[in-house]
Each structure stands twice: as structure tokens, then as C-alpha cells.
Design a protein around this ligand. Sequence first.
Ligand code: ADP
Length: 514
Amino acid sequence: MSAKRHLTRGLRFRLTAGYALLFALLLVGTAALFRERLAYTLNSEAHDLLEQEWVAMKGYLHIEKVPKHGHIPPGCVGDWCAIWEYDKVDPDEDFAVERLRRVYLLTDVKGAVMEVSTIYQSIGIEQPKEIEAAIKSGQPVWKRRLSPHGIPYLIRAGVVFDEKHHSPFYVAVGRPMDEGEKILKRYTWMYVALIPLSLLCGCLLGWFLTGRGLMPVMQVAQAAQRITGSNLSLRIPTRGAGDELDYLILTFNRMIERLESSFQQIRQFSTDVSHELRTPITAIRGQLEVALFTAKTVDQYRDATLNSLQDIERLSQIVRALLLLSQAESGQLALQKTRLDLAAVVRDIVDQFQIPAEGARVELSADLPPECAAEVDRVQIERMLSNLLSNALKFTPAGGRVHVALHSLPESIAIEVEDTGCGISEEHIPHIFERFYRVPAQETCANPEPGLGLGLSFVAWIAKAHCGTIGVHSAPGKGTRFTVTLPAAAAEPAPVEPVPAGAASGAARGMNEL
Ligand code: ADP
């Protein structure tokens, strides 16, 4: 990814861009709204002022008939005279009337101009038709006009009557709007200049703040990059802020911890597997070499071949067991659960083991309820019981006892396999469910036949796969008791599946069936 692309796709850039966009929208929106309000206020202020001027004008302007005799005052056109009555000595009144007459028009009902100011003339006098219509409606008329110099004027026109209130006249007064327009323009330009400036400042601040906020993330990423398969012991230090990022670091560290333990297990497993496979392979090689270089008779060849075959059988046993275990642990070995009578299954397995027990001169007994409904995978449960029973027989010297019990409780079912064998010392108990773990021979009373050390791993998996647990109690020299707890089957009226006698096919074939 190029540096530019990296920059524009980065979280920092996107956060800043988003923030800047929002900021810009807010700025423009606020400015537009504010301008609108300002324009409205200026406009209504101008209207109010003009309305006041209109009222004042009505107070000063009197329209009378031209006197029939004597002196005709100025401001008389046709039959009518417009007379401005005010205190000419008072400078304030004088000024007010002067101002009123700056933008001012007076016409008769036909639109004939009686008085008009120069400014009004320059912005244009209304057509007689327009005047007639305005007088007819009697309503105030508001309009805007533009002078030839480009100055906007607000005009307020309406009807006034003569002294006797007989004849209507059209009067218009106006005031320039350029001050308001100027304020509005100044304000607009100020904002036009300020928006990009504030936006720039906002972007810089956003860039700085997001950079600061994301810095710990970069530190975490750098620390994470240093962690590889060979140094999984590294941890990312938390910052002690107790925030979301610390939580992320903690979660990340826990994940690394789990990965480390899985890596450790895999490493241990590969070591164990190579070790386990090397022993029979070395033996086979030795026997074949002996046969090749030293055997002379057919019997010697036969012995070597037989021994090699036994070792090959052990090899394939290990491979089979490993395959099954890895299938189980990777979830490929799906359980085929059915509702069945677990007591019958256990009884059958115990029966199968009676002959090997007699051979080992161990008393094998069982205490089982007449029936116990359970929802289990029969094949796996048989495997589990076979493993536990074969271990019990293997590690119980002649004259000892092995007892199997099944307890059906409301919430669970407990299967116990107890022996009076040599037991397991405390330090080994936490490890016996690990793959390839075997208690060293000198510490056990085990017969010479070595196990694979995989049976209990599989038993533990079967219990777990049935949402159950496995526990062990052992006293060295006194015996061992394995307890498997399975969840009780949900109450169901249907009859449990009968287990045909001898269904536990070949369960007692050999030791530690996998
Ligand atoms: P193995 O094939 O060696 O029996 P397991 O996984 O079944 O492998 O058992 C692991 C180890 O646990 C055995 O090697 C043995 O030392 C010990 N163990 C298992 N069951 C018993 C028992 N009933 N009494 C004493 N030791 C036992």
C-alpha cells in the first residue's frame, strides 16, 4: 500500500475528515441561520421605523382646499394644497420633517403629482393606475426600489384624507436600506473569511487529538508485532488508565496466554509423538538387523518377524489412537446420542470384563439400578468404561477388587469405577488426563505391559463431550476411584432403547480400548 493510500485509509485520517466535515457543516449551517436571522431583524426594524415615520408624516401633513380668496400658499396644485404644519423654530421638528420629505411622494386620486422629493423622483414615481388601485384598496403598500446609484429603498405608501375627510390622496414615504445591506454584507464576508480559517484550525486540532488518542493503539500494535511464535511469553504492558484500551490490552494478553499454552501443548505433543514412535521403530530396526546379520535358522527369522509385527501393531495402535483423539478434539468425531438404558450398558461392559478379571484374579463387582435412562453416545460410553475398567484391572494386583457403581440423581448420573489397586500419588493426579502421560513404572504396581498414556485423555474428552465431568480420588497403596458425572436425560415418556445382551461388542478385547 502506498504511503498516500495508507494515510487516507488510516483511522486518524478518517476520524479527522469526518470531524472536519461535521465541523464545516455546523459552521456553514450556523452562519446561514445567523445571517437569515440578522436579515430578518434588520428588515423588520426598517419596517417599524418607516411605519413610525408614516404615522409622524400623517401628523404633520394637512391637505386643504385652495382658499377661494386671498393668498394661495405654496404646495397647491389644482384644487388642493399640501400644508406641513410644524414648529419651524424647533430644530428637532424641522429636522424630522426634512427627513420625512427626503423620500416622499404626494399625489391626488388620479395620480397627479402634488409634491415629490428629488430622491423619490430618481427611484421612479408610480403609474397612475397603480396609485388608483392602492387608493381603492385602502391598504398600506410596502415595496422595494433601487435608485440609479444602486441604493435600495424601502417604501411605505398608503391613503390619507383631506381635512374634511372627503377626498383621498396617495402618499409614499421611504428610507434607504443601504445601512442594513452593508451590515449584512460585512457579516457575510466576515464569515466567508472565518469559515475556512476555523475549519483549518478545527482540522489541525482534530488531527492532533485523534493522533494523541490513537497513539496507545499504535503502541499496542508495535508491541503485538514483536510477539512471534517463538516469543509468545511477551506481554503488552497495560497503561493503568482502566479504559477501553486497557481492556483491549488485557484481552489481547489473555489471548496470547491461551495461544502460548496451545503452542506449548502442540510442541509437547510433537515431542511425545516422536518419542513414542521412535521406541517401536528402533525396536523393529534392531530386530530386522539381527535377522539380517545374525539369524541362521527359519525359527530365528520367524522370531524376529513376529517381534517386529508386535512392534508394528503397537505403532499402528498409537497412530489409530492419535487419529481418533485428534478427530475428537477437532470436533470431527460427532457424538451419536440416543436415549438408552445406561444401567444395561454398564452391566454389559462389566460382564465383558469378568473373564479378564478372573484371569488377573481380581474380584469385579457392580452395583447398578434396574434401569437408568440417559441420552448418550453408546459407542463412546462403552469406550470410556472399557478404558476405566482396563486401567483398574491393570493397576490392581491379584487378590484386589474392582467395583463399578451407577447412581441416578435428579440432575445427573454418576458412574464410579473404584479399585483397591496401587493408587496414584498426588503429584501425578493433575497430569494423568494429559496425552502420553504415564506414572513412572517404579512408582506403580503396574504389570510390565506399557500403556500408551492416551486412554484417560480420551475418557476425559468423552465426559466433556457429553457435557459431563470426570474426577479422581486416589490414595497410593490403597486404590483409586474415578467418577464420571453425566447430565440426567430429560424426562420423556417414550421407552428407553433396550440394549441387547452382548451389545458392548468386544469391549474387553484388550487393555485401554480407544
Ligand atoms: P495408560 O495407557 O498408560 O493406561 P491412561 O491415559 O489410561 O494411559 O492412564 C494414564 C496413567 O494414569 C497410567 O499410566 C497410570 O499410571 C495412571 N492410572 C490410570 N488409571 C489408574 C488406576 N486405576 N490406578 C492407578 N493408576 C492409574
